[in-house]
Design a protein around this ligand. Structure first.
Ligand code: M6R
Length: 604
């Protein structure tokens, strides 16, 4: 999604500095980019549609400067083109903006009556003009102008601002859109993601909602929305060079799949290797008789796995809902309900809204998150960090896998609290879980087989996934993985539901990937396979060693190593991730940055 960079500091090759930081935000997804910087006391703006390399070709990279702002835009209001790209400039004000100004039309009409004309289709240009209007019509200081602006807009924003009458100062503010301030002795930066900071910056402040910031080369001044000076917690930048490097892999996605066994192993070893550390790390859950799991995309799919486990094993009624629905619907919960928010980034706007809704209603919240400094991690009552490390590929793999792992651990905690298993049995489960990372590596080692499957399906227009029970939850995620990176249409269905309509789409050679790991549902799934086989479907089966047999009706079969059924979803997703990867590769897609998608969806 959109990314913000701002720099103020000692004189430097300003264009290069801005572009380098923008490149670090590329993985978040964008469709145009631009920079603005001060040279000879004048603001210069350069923008381009498409990749940052195209923008780079437009600049000479020889300009020295002390201050600049830059942006990667993921189009919301108005097409992805150079005109709509940021930075925007009106009168005395130049800005970059993340978020959505919800009352922009109302403001636009007002400003048009005051003589403003607009060149773009964006809400951001309106924000820029409003700042200029307040500045031009009042005697307010620049900080007061920003405060007044925040009092008049609704929606979400992170803003980097340069005022023409103060070209040695960078201003910023945020509400419901992430922004942080990096600082070293002679350089200060604003960025929407810590990864975009210059390598020389080792410390940063996370801004709170409503903060207004004034940055000079030497000084960081942070104010609350009443313009009272405030101090914010200092944090250290912890970006492992290894994480932002492909380490010899062709794509980040492939590298991140290959990291799955390592990150799971490290999470289990650190906190969950025995009942003592496990019980210390896990929150007390005994008071909850009902759980709501909320997330978007893959995070919601992880929630579907959680629902299955919580209900089947721990006997706890669980509902799962996509955050964009949950936030607006009538929700039935009470003091005995726990709302679990699942999110890799911890910044997904819809999921944050659900977290706040639950909190406002006095309901306890727990987040399963990968970014410990994220908004969700800061606001929830309980936080479980999955510690997957930076995930660069837009399609989530290792973070999804660890979200599922965390839900399995929560399930074990509830089973202990409900006295469904003893501490000794818990230790046994944890020991078995400790063997899973090695099994993930075994599944990844079947690489050639995934490539063969991919070769057989990459030219298709439609691919179906089916499964029952927990296997349906996994096949939902497999289908999403495939469509988001290969652009091949795919759907996932509950095996028993096919004959109520969808089976009409099955014809000779229709590719169907079947996930079958649930012993109790084996015969039912086989009946579903037979039904579609009879209509000509070409079956690819993902199953386990326990369920394997001489299935002559499948054209290709992947057999997962033996494990306790509680841990099977951790293994069964891996082949689906790798099949999607190889299909996308054969299709020649931009695997790590699929079209139209953003890593972190920070707008509604
Ligand atoms: O950062 P989050 O986990 O909250 O993101 C949720 C979804 O946007 C994300 O899982 C999305 O579906 C991925 N592109 C899937 O690969």
């Amino acid at each position: 999604m959109c990314g913000i960079v701002g720099y103020i500091g000692k004189k430097t090759n300003i264009q290069k500095v801005l572009i380098e930081s923008l490149k670090k935000l590329e993985y978040r997804g964008y469709d145009s980019a631009g920079i603005a910087y001060v040279n000879n006391n004048k603001i210069n703006i350069i923008k381009e549609k498409g990749k940052i390399e195209k923008l780079e070709k437009k600049i000479d990279c020889g300009v020295m400067g002390k201050i600049g702002i830059a942006h990667t835009r993921w189009a919301t209001h108005g097409k992805a083109n150079e005109n709509n790209a940021h930075p925007h400039r009106t009168g005395m004000v130049t800005i970059v903006h993340n978020g959505i100004i919800e009352n922009y039309l109302e403001i636009k009409r007002y400003l048009e009556k005051k003589g403003y004309h607009f060149k773009t289709e964006t809400d951001s240009e309106i924000a820029c003009a409003l700042l200029d209007y307040i500045k031009a019509t009042t005697k307010m200081s620049n900080l007061e102008v920003i405060k007044e602006f925040t009092n008049n807009v609704t929606g979400s924003y992170a803003l980097g601002i340069i005022f023409d009458d103060d070209l040695d100062t960078l201003y910023a503010t945020r509400k419901d859109s992430p922004l942080l301030i990096g600082y070293s002795e002679n350089v200060k930066m604003i960025v929407s993601d810590v990864s975009a900071l210059n390598s020389g910056i080792k410390n940063y402040y996370l801004l709170e909602n409503g903060d207004i910031v004034k940055l000079t080369e030497k000084r960081v001044s942070i104010y609350d929305n009443d313009l009272h000076p405030v101090s914010r917690k200092k944090l250290n930048v912890k970006v492992d060079g290894n994480e932002v490097d492909k380490n010899g892999f062709e794509h980040f996605m492939l590298k991140e799949i290959h990291e799955e066994s390592v990150v799971l192993e490290s999470l289990l070893r650190k906190y969950f290797s025995n009942s003592k550390t496990f019980l210390k790390k896990m929150p007390k859950l005994s008071k909850y008789s009902r759980i709501h799991i909320v997330g978007c995309g893959s995070a919601m799919h992880a929630g579907l796995v959680g629902k299955h486990l919580f209900e089947e094993y721990a006997n706890v009624e669980t509902d799962v809902e996509v955050a964009s629905e949950y936030r607006y619907k009538k929700v039935f919960y009470d003091a005995k309900t726990l709302v679990i928010l699942v999110s890799q980034s911890g910044e997904t706007a819809d999921t944050i809204a659900c977290l706040r809704k639950a909190k406002e209603d006095g309901i306890d919240t727990l987040v399963i998150v990968n970014v410990p400094t994220s908004t969700m991690a800061r606001e929830a009552d309980f936080v479980l960090n999955i510690e997957a490390g930076t995930e660069v590929a837009v399609a989530t793999t290792k973070a999804y896998l660890l979200q599922v792992a965390m839900l399995i651990l929560i399930n074990l905690k509830m089973m202990v609290e409900r006295e469904m298993i003893s501490i000794d049995e818990l230790d046994k489960y944890l020991q078995l879980f400790g063997e899973v990372p090695k099994k993930i590596s075994e599944v990844i080692d079947l690489d050639k087989e995934y490539f063969e499957i991919a070769k057989n399906i990459y030219h298709e227009d439609n691919i179906f996934y089916i499964g029952r029970g927990i296997d349906y939850a996994i096949s939902m995620e497999g289908s999403l993985k495939l469509k988001e990176i290969s652009y091949i249409h795919s759907e996932s269905y509950k095996g028993g539901e096919l004959k109520h309509g969808t089976i009409s789409l099955i014809e000779k050679n229709t590719k169907v990937i079947v996930v079958m790991t649930d012993c109790d549902l084996k015969s039912k799934t086989i009946s579903n396979i037979k039904e579609i086989k009879a209509r000509g479907a070409d079956i690819i089966l993902i199953t386990t060693k326990q369920l394997d047999d001489d299935y002559d009706f499948v054209s290709k079969k992947i057999v997962l190593p033996k494990t306790n059924s509680l841990f099977t979803p951790i293994l069964s997703i891996v082949p689906l991730q790798l099949i999607a990867y190889y299909v996308a590769k054969l299709c020649g897609c931009d695997i790590d940055k699929p079209r139209n998608l953003a890593k972190s969806v920070t707008v509604e």
